[in-house]
Design a protein around this ligand. Sequence first.
Ligand code: URA
Length: 167
Amino acid sequence: MKRLVVGRGSVFADLLIIGEAPGEQEDLEGKPYVGKSGKLLNELLIKVGIDFNEDVYFCNVIKCRPPNNRKPTSKEINIHKPWLLQQIKLVDPKLIVLTGSTAMKTILEVKDPVSNLRGQWIKKNGREIMVIFHPSYLLRFPSREINKPYHLTLKDLENVSGKLNAL
Ligand code: URA
């Protein structure tokens, strides 16, 4: 299967969550973040009180699955970026969460490691943007101890939830 995976959630949401690219399950269902990473992300959103059907729109930088789940190339990112920018314009979210380095580099145009920027609010074009670890990173490092990626991401999303409720 090779289908376009455009988005899921509410197009009226104040929060946009941007991932990298569809994986196998996303390709099968035609929706972003519905595989293992998506389930973990949903679990985190529930924990911090964000309703992922009503409060969020999800999309990816890349709209179709790269072969064997490899990282998208810069050429692919440049081809897909105008779609993403148009999607941001249409959804017009107040807050954006960038999951992982591909989304971070594409939107913020920086080369920093995610660990340098995650958890901070960065203002760009009138929107508040936060980088968090990609959920697949949390799956690779599953410890739930304090200051490990899962715990840090939960704290980051608590911060996002607080800001969303204060809008
Ligand atoms: N699924 C997605 O839709 N995006 C990712 O970045 C990872 C898994």
